[in-house]
Ligand binder design. Sequence first.
Ligand SMILES: [Zn+2]
Length: 111
Amino acid sequence: MKLVHTARHPAEAHLVKGMLEAEGIRASVLGDQLYGAYGELPVLPTVWVLDNALAAHADGLVVDFLRGGAARRHGHDRWTCTHCGENLEGQFTDCWKCGATRPSTSQSART
Ligand SMILES: [Zn+2]
């Protein structure tokens, strides 16, 4: 196993894992159950690639993903959660803060 990403919160870790698995790379999230368990000591969830040979490729995918590369490829714009007002990257389909689902058509231009 190789560490490819330290996430800021469990939802991000699972998004990265899902992205990697969509690319055919088996990944695992560790530490998401411990998130916040130690009070002042932040325990951040980490994403691991099971096949070390794919770690370098996975690294590139994660960097691209976090920079919004996936969003650009899919033509998604940033969106604002209608429930809590959080501003989110286009690749997120759910609000990581409150869990609300992205409104499906509000961002689409209608002609
Ligand atoms: Zn929200």
